[in-house]
Ligand binder design. Sequence first.
Ligand code: ZN
Length: 266
Amino acid sequence: MELTPIELERYSRQMQLPGFGEKGQKQLKASTALVTGVGGLGGTVALYLAVAGIGKLILVRGGELRRDDLNRQILMTDDWVGKPRVFKAKETLSKINPDVEIEAVYDYVTPENVDELVQQADIALDCAFDFAERDLLNAACVRWGRPMVEAAMSGMDAYLTTIIPGETPCLSCIFPEKPDWDRWGFGVLGAVSGTLACLSALEAIKVLTGLGQPLTGELLTMELNSATFAKRRPYHDPNCPVCGHFHQQNLTATITRNQVAKTVYV
Ligand SMILES: [Zn+2]
C-alpha cells in the first residue's frame, strides 16, 4: 500500500522513529482497528490512531452525549449534547485527518453484531463501559484470532494489557470474576482516561507495525493518585472457558511431537 505525498508529509516525523519508518506507516495504513466506545477512553484512542494514520477505524457506541461527559470526551463539543456521540466522533476525526476511513456504528456491542465487527478488524481496542460488552468482545477476538488491547479504569486506577489469542491470557483468564465497579459508575478525570487511552493507542500501533515491545502477557497497573506504575504477569488459565481450548490444542501438539520424537530416536 503506497503513501500519498500528503501522507508522506503528514507522518514524516513519526516515520523518523527507528523501528517504525515508512514500512510501519504503510502497515498502519493497511490496518483496520475496531474501537468500542468513543468516550474519555475510546474517543481518545480513536484520536491517536487517526492522527497516526490508521487506515480505517470502526467506532461502536450507542447512546447520546451528556453534558457530564464533556470533562473527558475530547472529540465532543458542547452543542452536541443530546445527540449520538458516535457520529460526532466521526465528524471530528474526519476533520483532523481526512485520510482515515471511519465507520460509525450507532449501537452497543451485542451478541448479534460482535462477530461481524471483529472479523472486519485487524485489532480490537476494548474501551467499553461495562463488562458485558467487554466479555463479548474478548470471546469474539478469541474466536476469530484477533489481538485485543484491553484498557479499563476505575477512579484514579487504570490497567492495560494486550491479548493475543492462544498466546497470552485472555480477559476471562485475568478477571474470571467481574468487579462490581462498572455497575455504579465512578469519578473520572479526563487526564486519567486520556493517559490510559494514549498508552492503549500505542499498544495497537506496536502490535500492527512491530514497533517496540507490546504488553503481551503483561498487565500494566497504574495508580495515578501516586503515579505508581507496575507490571504483573497475569495467570493464563488452562481451563479458561473462553480460551482454554488453545491450551488443549497445544497439549495435543506437544504429545504428538513427543510421540514423533520417540518414533525417530528410540
Ligand atoms: Zn482465557
